[in-house]
Design a protein around this ligand. Structure first.
Ligand code: ARG
Length: 254
């Protein structure tokens, strides 16, 4: 009996040790440091991809970037900037990469390169719970809140006209304007939408998905080596399950 108990305990201990190691990197996994810093620009008001936890910027993008930097033997530095200054900053070399739940678009591809995609997004519409707006067709003539220069902003202005759009610096500012009845709806990516709705009572997301998108990391067109390194790291992190583990940590399967 004692032996069985000892065996059970030993197995449990072994399992616990393994569980504790999940995702943890041993020193052997860590490539030699190059002493270089990878500067990532983001706009940290976009949970669960990037948001502030005290002074720290955390979220899916921050963690994936940390893993990529680790693979490249670099130190990660994250800078929180306006969304519409990420691409220009990457173009001018102020930042090495832009990672901000950023959708690959033809227009952006004229200015920067994009890595392979690591996540998908869907544009959705947020309204007040008691709103009469039930779908995209009801948005005609309404005032729509968006985050400046995002795809939500681009679609909304193409479809409803710039006169019916109020653009804000952050997605959260757009949602606060909805709470305060300054706009009648917000068009934004689905995961941040879920998170904003969860933290602001009285809001809901309409069922109709608006547009599907691919998220990727942007890199200067002048830096094809870095792009290759990032794609290499992303492929390894996808293959060993790191990317799905990070995404599931922030977006638990329903
Ligand atoms: N996916 C949208 C776009 O690329 C919105 C991204 C906003 N990201 C952010 N971190 N605020 O335009």
């Amino acid at each position: 009996m004692k032996k069985i108990l000892a065996l059970v305990l030993a197995v449990m201990l072994a399992l616990l040790t393994f569980a504790g190691c999940g995702g943890q990197k041993t020193e052997a996994d860590k490539p030699e440091s190059t002493g270089k810093t990878l500067i990532m620009a983001t706009n940290a008001s976009f949970p669960p991809y990037e948001f502030k936890d005290g002074d720290a910027i955390v979220g899916i993008d921050a963690e994936i970037a940390g893993e990529i930097a680790n693979k490249l033997g670099m130190e990660l530095e994250i800078q929180d900037v306006k969304f519409d200054s990420i691409i220009t900053g990457v173009q001018t070399g102020k930042f090495d990469i832009g990672m901000a739940g950023m959708t690959v678009t033809e227009e952006r591809l004229k200015n920067v390169s994009f890595s392979d995609t690591y996540a998908k997004g869907v544009q959705v519409i947020i309204v007040k719970e008691d709103s009469e707006i039930a779908g995209p067709g009801d948005l005609d003539g309404a005032m729509i809140g968006v985050q400046q220069s995002t795809t939500g902003h681009i679609y909304a202005s193409e479809q409803y006209g710039e006169d019916h759009i109020t653009a804000f610096d952050t997605g959260n500012d757009a949602v606060q304007a909805l709470v305060a009845d300054k706009v009648a709806a917000v068009i934004i990516d689905n995961e941040p939408a879920k998170s904003y709705v969860a933290s602001n009572p009285g809001l809901k997301i309409l069922d109709t998905a608006y547009a599907e998108e691919d998220y990727a990391i942007c890199v200067s067109k002048d830096n094809p080596e870095l792009l290759d390194q990032i794609n290499g790291a992303l492929a390894e992190l996808t293959a060993d399950g790191t990317i799905s583990r990070i995404i599931e940590k922030y977006i638990p399967a329903e």
